[in-house]
Design a protein around this ligand. Structure first.
Ligand code: KIV
Ligand code: ZN
Length: 515
């Protein structure tokens, strides 16, 4: 029988460490609920010691997501372990994940401690965590650049102290598949109590080998893989969930393993993470990129038409790519047709969200003859963004032209329901809009990125604007879609500001020490 591989998703922790990503607590809950639908076994929800806000976000995930184990990360120090315990107190199933570096370079230059002291810290913090949770994970950080004998000793001792999972991180993405496979095998041979724990792996993608290294480790006996949706994460990211899962599923002849993942939820999870993190997927991203199932050359198209398997090793529908992309809605489409299409795309909307999305669809269909799946995805994402905002953009009007001074008037609805309006001049229309909004909200920030792309083809297409703003050393992504790109720009700015306002509390108390 195929062996079971556990999927440990760290999108909400290592993924959130991607430069420029800042998730609100409600973003985290939304992603965690989707990860639950996807069927991941463990969700690492955050790093509670880093800020009060992250502690609360982990606590909210723990309250709202009951099926997977909820893990919280902690440095090997008492405050961090206690913060993880506090964040997880309402979890149905919890795990405390303690980490500490083992490589000489980290010990000498970062921790400035000797090996004996570090070993003692790891053992005592695993013991402390064990006093709070049955399920304790330990990670010797930078394991692949550490002296092997030291890693064996560390693993032996932390298992003795109660660790139920030992995770081997390739923290800087340094190893290669053959070497990592051999390392994992050596761990099984040199750590005499290893059978008392599950071996997990956590690979970074600095050399583009995170997925290959993770799969090589599985061949050597690892039974948990730590991954992020869309492969996001610190620097070049972590092993990508969808690639790991689909490799195992597509090659049972080679791996003879299985996961609990409902692969039909992959596409939707990927799009949700893309939207909430603002980290756009490259078109050629394996499994979930826009081109992953597109065929350009005549020979390939011909083969596909004759038999799909000639040029496809996976079926797009198994990943949840919406079928019937050719179905388009229009002005005369009714609420039933709209609802059916939204459901086919995998969105679960409340009645209120559906009503708001339907109104927005009607407005769009007035401007655009054909509304296809890409439009609907952009529209639902836009509506979801406005359902968690602090200030709401009620109205925006712009004048500009080659002989006009760009001028914008905006009206916002404040959290207490009051209506606030202002106007400003700018060097261009976007500048004028952002200045007018700034006059009302007044949060110092800098615009560092601005891009616009069209959601579909055609002159009547919606434009999707993605921006990044920086404030107090953190950056916030904002997105907005509209047939008028100035309105989309205003929506994107409001989205970024609303994120900034809700994350600000977290940022204020933050003492982030990224692992
Ligand atoms: O990359 C790393 O080493 C980590 C650990 C905390 C597991 O993220
Ligand atoms: Zn990591």
């Amino acid at each position: 029988m195929a062996e079971q591989i556990k999927i440990f998703d760290t999108t909400l922790r290592d993924g959130e460490q991607s430069p420029g990503v800042a998730l609100t607590a409600s973003d985290k809950v939304e992603i965690a609920q989707q990860l639950e639908r996807l069927g991941v076994d463990i969700i690492e929800a955050g790093f509670p010691l880093t800020s009060e806000g992250d502690l609360e976000a982990v606590a909210m995930v723990a309250k709202n997501v009951r099926e997977p184990v909820i893990a919280a990360l902690a440095h090997a120090n008492p405050k961090a372990v206690d913060a993880a315990r506090d964040a997880l107190k309402d979890a149905a199933r919890s795990r405390i994940h303690v980490f500490l570096s083992t490589s000489d370079i980290h010990l000498m230059h970062q921790l400035k401690k000797n090996k004996e002291d570090v070993l003692e810290m790891a053992v005592s913090m695993v013991g402390r965590a064990k006093g709070y949770a049955e399920d304790v994970e330990f990670s010797p950080m930078d394991a692949t650049r550490s002296e092997r004998e030291y890693v064996y000793t560390m693993l032996q001792e932390v298992i003795e102290a109660g660790a139920t999972t030992v995770n081997i991180p390739d923290t800087v993405g340094y190893t290669v598949p053959e070497e990592f496979e051999e390392f994992i095998k050596a761990i099984f041979e040199n750590v005499s109590n290893i059978h008392k724990a599950t071996v997990s792996v956590h690979c970074h993608n600095d050399l583009g080998m995170a997925v290959a290294n993770s799969l090589a480790a599985v061949k050597a006996g690892a039974r948990t893989i730590e991954v992020c949706v869309n492969g996001i994460g610190e620097r070049a990211g972590n092993a990508s969930l969808e690639e790991v899962v689909m490799a195992i599923r597509t090659r049972p002849d080679f791996f003879d393993m299985e996961t609990n993942i409902n692969t039909k939820e992959i596409y939707r999870t990927s799009r949700l993470v893309e939207n909430l993190t603002g980290m756009s997927l490259q078109p050629n991203k394996a499994i979930v990129g826009g081109n992953a199932f597109r065929h350009q050359s005549g020979i390939h198209q011909d083969g596909i038409l004759k038999m799909r398997e000639t040029y496809e090793i996976m079926n797009a529908e198994d990943i949840g790519w919406p079928a019937g992309g050719e179905i388009v809605l229009g002005k005369t489409s009714g609420r039933h047709g709209f609802k059916a299409r939204i459901e086919a795309l995998g969105f679960e909307l409340t009645d209120e969200e559906l009503s708001r999305a339907f109104l927005a669809f009607k407005e769009l269909a007035d401007k655009k003859q054909e509304v296809d799946d890409r439009d609907l995805e952009a529209l639902v994402a836009d509506k979801k963004r406005t359902s968690v905002e602090v200030y709401h953009l009620d109205f925006v009007q712009i004048t500009s032209g080659d002989h006009a001074t760009p001028t914008a008037t905006v009206r916002l609805i404040a959290p207490d329901g009051s209506v606030l309006a202002d106007a400003a001049l700018g060097t261009g229309p976007v500048d004028a809009i952002y200045k007018a909004i700034n006059r009302i909200i007044n949060v110092p920030n800098q615009l560092t990125e601005f891009s616009v792309k069209s959601v579909t083809e055609g002159i009547d297409a919606q434009g999707e604007v993605t921006i990044r703003i920086e404030s107090d050393g953190r950056s916030y992504v904002g997105r907005g879609a509209d047939t008028d790109i100035m309105v989309a720009s205003a929506k994107a700015y409001m989205n970024a500001l609303n994120r900034l306002l809700s994350v600000q509390r977290r940022a204020d108390s933050e003492v982030r020490t990224s692992p």
